[in-house]
Write a protein that binds this ligand. Structure first.
Ligand SMILES: NC(=[NH2+])NCCC[C@H](N)C(=O)O
Length: 589
């Protein structure tokens, strides 16, 4: 079934056709149609066009109105201001168009015309370490971007580039060799979260014990260092213990993912270690092609414009002078794999903005080496999560805040809100279930509704508030719509395009018209916050509609049916929009 375009798209096409008819030189000029408070839509494109062609914008706009052929969508068009076109659409077309898309399970969201393959690198915590708010952002943003792209029909390959390699493993493994029972434990709890917490506790203990010996015993320190080459060259005993540590971490990660309600598949966890065998070749190729040069023993790539504070160039170090490979070499190998083997057209990296320089240098290096087409890779850089003091989020003791603690607290706060809203007699189990969906939704929504690059303050009170731009507000709107249907009795949602719409109804309908276009823009621009902004506006318009337009007690059955139809479409849009952001919509709050 072909998707029905939004009314906005059809109207834009009409104006564009009129523009080409009136001014042939203007063919394919964008009329710049926007939603407007003055009318339903405003087209501002005549201003720039008149300037370009040398004419009077009001005159040009007038010619466009005259050239507009008869059509069913545009009920009124007039020139205003310096040369805008104010456009009113016909109620009948508005409801008719919404009705067509209401029938479509995709709600009118078209598949991309030329879908490609995107490899997205997100949720990449580090083995043997706790996850923190930075990993939260990468996970939540990455998950939303994956959903948006897949919804458009893009082939998406997920890569969780976890930190599972490096010199710090020497210490942990050596300690395990000398204390073989260190990670022994009773069988894991069936509850993913509990099992994860227990695994992380064991890893923390292993880290603390081995660190203590490492810092106090020179002999151990030396043995730990020697363990690194044993790992890199694949010594079986060393590898087996390394696997054990990685598996413990994966158990922990899965506990957090379960709590966060995101699906991270084991097969997509392809950490730094996976590229170990390719590093030698990366170095060889870069050196042979002259992209990288030896400088004081290290293999470096230099950039004209990247310099330290003292003016000396800051190179990308691909191989250290002691022969060791770093983070950059691994990322270069990963690019070759993703473009070469996985055949990606686009590479995305959902990583903290503080790594922007690293990625700039890595991308540039890969381009110079001919491994990466220009413009194919992009970092979706996100800002820092701040505490209420405006500084990077830390505990009172100055330690990094554990993600699990934050999530637990969010759910606890949500439980208070849910308990207050819930009808009497709702069992505690159900309260907890809703609190989970509300609390986790709140954390995700707060993260996504801030534009990605901005730092934001982690403020749970605000996040779980029923007022303002929060997921709770949206979930509440959804539950309210659904409650109407429980009371609707015989009444069913039926669109009646012939009816005249009240102001609040039109405003809601016009906004509903924009859903598909918003999702397309959000996917194209990797901008989940466009979806949150859209949904917030939808919930606001819905509540205005709800206050002004009686639904079940409407004047006529037809009007009641038509309003129920708007309610149903609102619920569907809220549900689908939030689902793409990874946020649940409980039926009752
Ligand atoms: N391909 C990459 N470098 N991805 C980002 C990895 C993020 C890193 N593990 C961290 O916790 O900061």
């Amino acid at each position: 079934m072909a998707t029905v375009p939004s009314l906005a798209v059809t109207v834009r096409q009409r104006v564009s056709d009129a523009l080409s008819a009136a001014v042939p030189e203007a063919a394919s000029a964008d009329p710049l149609l926007r939603r407007s408070d003055r009318a339903d839509f405003q087209a501002n494109g005549m201003l720039a066009l008149a300037k370009r062609l040398g004419g009077n914008p009001r005159e040009l706009a007038a010619r466009v109105t005259e050239a507009l052929p008869d059509n069913d969508e545009i009920a009124g068009i007039e020139v205003s201001g310096p040369g805008f076109l104010n456009i009113t659409v016909a109620d009948k077309a508005l409801v008719g168009n919404l009705a067509a898309r209401w029938q479509d399970p995709r709600l009118g969201v078209p598949y991309a015309e030329n879908p490609g393959t995107t490899v997205i690198d997100y949720s990449q915590p580090n083995v043997a370490k706790e996850m923190h708010v930075g990993h939260l952002r990468s996970t939540v943003i990455g998950d939303a971007v994956v959903n948006l792209l897949e919804h458009r029909g893009e082939k998406v390959i997920r890569r969780h580039h976890i930190g599972d390699w490096g010199t710090n493993f020497g210490m942990l493994i050596q300690y395990l060799i000398e204390h073989p029972t260190e990670l022994d434990h009773e069988s894991d709890s069936a509850d993913a979260k509990d099992a994860g917490e227990a695994a992380m506790a064991r890893l923390n203990r292993l880290y603390r014990s081995s660190r203590a010996v490492f810092d106090s015993d020179e002999g151990f320190k030396a043995r730990a260092r020697d363990r690194v080459p044993a790992l890199q060259s694949g010594d079986p005993e060393t590898l087996a213990l390394w696997h054990k540590i990685v598996d413990e971490s994966k158990t922990y990660f899965q506990g957090v993912y379960e709590e966060l309600d995101v699906e991270i598949r084991d097969a997509d966890i392809v950490g730094e270690s996976a590229y170990n065998d390719d590093l030698q070749q990366v170095v060889k190729d870069l050196e042979e092609s002259g992209v990288a040069v030896r400088s004081e023993g290290a293999l470096c790539v230099f950039f004209e414009d990247i310099k330290g504070p003292d003016g000396t160039p800051t190179p990308l170090i691909v191989q250290k002078s002691n022969g060791g490979f770093g983070y950059a070499a691994t990322d270069l190998a990963a690019i070759r794999n993703r473009i070469g083997e996985l055949k990606a057209d686009t590479l995305l990296y959902v990583v903290d903005a503080r790594q922007a320089l690293h990625f700039r240098m890595v991308f540039e290096t890969a381009q110079r080496a001919g491994w990466l087409p220009e413009g194919a890779a992009r970092q979706l850089a996100f800002g820092t999560v701040l505490g209420k003091d405006g500084k990077p989020f830390k505990t009172r003791e100055g330690e990094t805040v554990r993600l699990v603690d934050l999530l637990d607290e969010a759910v606890e706060r949500a439980a208070a809100v849910v308990r207050e809203k819930a009808d009497e007699g709702v069992p505690e189990e159900e309260i907890q279930r809703r609190a989970q969906q509300v609390g986790i939704g709140a954390v995700k929504y707060a993260d996504l509704s801030n534009s990605m690059t901005r730092d934001y303050v982690f403020d749970l009170d605000r996040m779980v508030s029923l007022q303002g731009d929060t997921s709770v507000y949206l979930q509440y709107a959804y539950a309210r719509v659904r409650s109407i249907f429980r009371r609707a009795g015989e009444l069913k949602p039926v669109p009646h395009p012939g009816l005249e719409l009240a102001a609040a109804e039109r405003a809601l309908a016009l906004h509903l018209d924009g859903f598909a276009d918003t999702l397309v823009a959000a996917a194209d621009e990797y901008a989940p916050h466009k979806v949150t902004a859209y949904l917030y506006e939808l919930a606001t318009l819905y509540s205005r509609f709800f206050e002004n337009c009686p639904v079940l007690k409407a004047d006529t059955t037809e009007q009641a049916e038509n309003r129920l139809f708007l309610c149903d479409l609102t619920a569907k849009v809220l549900h689908q929009g939030l689902a793409l952001l990874g946020i649940r919509t409980p039926e009752r709050l």
